[in-house]
Every structure is written in structure tokens, then in C-alpha cells.
Design a protein around this ligand. Structure first.
Ligand code: PDD
Length: 286
């Protein structure tokens, strides 16, 4: 049984409790982070911690008392649960006031709820999906307009995954005003004539921590990067396509809406980026 962290305590998962009035539960009033673990170490912890602080700030949410100890809590959970490869999930909500109310509770009396748990995923780095590539469909992006804040309101992304499943695909790329925003839980990229193209940052997408690292490594390796939006037609006509996230690293996309991308098999640029990303981020893991 897993040991999880709830508001300062390490507990067996079946003893961990949250109030029914918690605003995360009632209002999706909470933010989260997912950090991957390789070789028992945290990948890009600083990047996730910085984005978490930004998400809290954008929602005027109090910084919980445990924030300065976050690295230690992550490490302790990895140790207690003996995670070699997997993920650490962290969620902070605005807490549990005495009753349901749309207005934010007084931060003097209602403190944030902090929950962390691990997910054991042996074989995360050597994933067979990365050898095969994944298939995506396109769907209309019907999420709210502040996708740069990593909130727990994930209903539309969940629905998107189900639409993909129903269509026999692995994931969905969301489209707004004719341009791809991102995947349901990942950033989207295409490669044309050796140039890596991915949507520019803005409120329309989550500022992926893996995205930032991959683009930095790509530039260090003298690869060309263009940050701009692209259409599904352009993606179908690309040489390669891929996604990035903390849980998939760099994952090739071989089919979009039933049309093969390039040769319909994972391409060399995505494979190289995956290798560079895994090598470099392992060196920097904490
Ligand atoms: N999802 N875009 C969206 C909408 C995401 O939910 C995620 C991450 C990303 C990639 O961000 P990062 O590289 O920092 O993981 C982009 C996580 C993994 C999840 O919800 O499980």
C-alpha cells in the first residue's frame, strides 16, 4: 500500500482524508504538478516548483506552509514508496471552509490543502509506445481561457481522451480558431525540413516544463526551433510530429485524424530529442 502525504502527515493511502467542503472537490479550486522520477530521482523539480508558485499567484491562492519543504516531501515519498521510475503528483487547493460558497474563504481561517502521492511506473523511460508512436485525433478546444494555470479542472481533457479512445486513437490535439493549441495533457510539435515547430506561449496553453527543457536542448544541439501556431493540415503534411510532458517525455505521433505523418513510423528527430532529453535531464535530476 502506498504512503501518501496530506497536510503535513505521511499516511497509508486508505487513511488519508479530505473534507467534503474542500474547494478542490466542490469548485476545482486547486492547482497541481506532476514530476517524473527516473533512477529514483526527480526530473526538473525546480521547473515544476516555479510553475506551481506561478499558478498559486495567478489564483491569489495562499502559499501553503509546506511549500519550502516541497522537495523534501517529494523525496521522502519517493523513498518510502521505493519509486525507481514513476511520477509524483502534487495538488494544492484553497482548502476547506465551513460551508460551500462561491466567494473565496478568508485565508486567515482557511488554509490550503496539500496532497502528494506517487505513481509507480516501471519502464516509463523505455516505453514501448515511444518505439511505436501514438495516434491522435483533432477536437475543438472547449477548455476555459486560462490554460497557462495548471488547475485541477480536467473534465474537458478527460472527455478528449475518451473521444480519442472511441475513435481508436491514443490522444487528442485540441484546435482553436483553426490552430492546434496542445494535446489533452501534453504540448504538441511538428517537424518540417528539420525545423521544430510548436505553439508560442500564451494563455491558450500550459507552459510545459518538458517543453522548455526540450527546446533548450534542441537549440544547444543547433536544431532550428520556431514557436508559432500550426494547423492540423500542416501537421498531417509534416515530416514528423510529437508530444512532450512529464509523463511521456518526448513521444512520437505517427497518425493525425487517420492520416500518417511522414512514413507513419517514429522519425529520427523525435527519437534524437527523446534521447537527448532523457540523458540530459537524468544528469540534472535531484
Ligand atoms: N500534464 N499541456 C497540458 C494541458 C498538460 O496537462 C501537460 C501536463 C502539459 C505538459 O507539461 P509538462 O511538460 O510540464 O508535464 C501540457 C500532466 C503530465 C498531467 O496532467 O498528468
Amino acid at each position: 500500500m502506498r504512503t501518501v502525504y496530506v497536510n503535513g502527515e505521511y499516511l497509508p493511502e486508505n487513511e488519508a482524508k479530505i473534507s467534503i467542503f474542500d474547494r478542490g472537490f466542490l469548485m476545482a479550486d486547486g492547482v497541481y504538478e506532476v514530476t517524473s522520477v527516473l533512477d529514483g530521482k526527480l526530473i526538473d523539480f525546480d521547473g515544476h516548483a516555479r510553475r506551481l508558485e506561478r499558478s498559486l499567484g495567478e489564483l491569489d491562492m495562499q502559499h501553503p506552509e509546506d511549500l519550502p519543504n516541497l522537495l523534501e516531501i517529494h523525496r521522502e515519498l519517493v523513498r518510502l514508496n521505493e519509486i525507481e521510475e514513476g511520477l509524483v503528483y502534487l495538488q494544492i487547493t484553497r482548502g476547506a471552509p465551513a460551508d460551500r460558497d462561491f466567494a473565496f474563504p478568508d485565508p486567515e481561517t482557511t488554509t490550503p490543502t496539500v496532497v502528494l502521492f506517487t505513481q509507480n511506473k516501471p519502464g516509463l523511460a523505455n516505453s514501448p509506445a515511444a518505439q511505436k508512436g501514438i495516434k491522435v485525433i483533432s477536437i475543438e478546444d472547449q477548455r476555459w481561457a486560462r490554460r497557462d494555470i495548471k488547475t485541477v479542472q480536467l473534465l474537458f481533457p478527460s472527455m478528449g481522451k475518451m473521444m480519442a479512445k472511441a475513435a481508436g486513437a491514443d490522444d487528442a490535439w485540441m484546435v482553436e480558431d483553426g490552430a492546434v493549441t496542445e494535446g489533452t495533457s501534453n504540448n504538441a510539435y511538428i517537424i518540417k525540413n528539420n525545423t521544430i515547430i510548436t505553439r508560442h506561449l500564451g494563455n491558450e496553453i500550459l507552459h510545459g516544463i518538458t517543453r522548455a527543457a526540450v527546446l533548450r536542448f534542441a537549440q544547444e544541439a543547433q536544431m532550428k526551433v520556431e514557436e508559432r501556431s500550426f494547423t492540423i493540415a500542416e501537421a498531417q503534411d509534416a515530416d514528423e510530429a510529437f508530444i512532450t510532458s512529464a509523463s511521456t517525455f518526448v513521444m512520437p505521433v505517427v497518425e493525425i485524424d487517420g492520416t500518417s505523418v511522414g512514413a507513419g513510423t517514429p522519425g529520427p528527430v523525435a527519437a534524437r530529442l527523446r534521447e537527448i532529453y532523457l540523458d540530459e535531464s537524468r544528469k540534472l535530476a535531484v
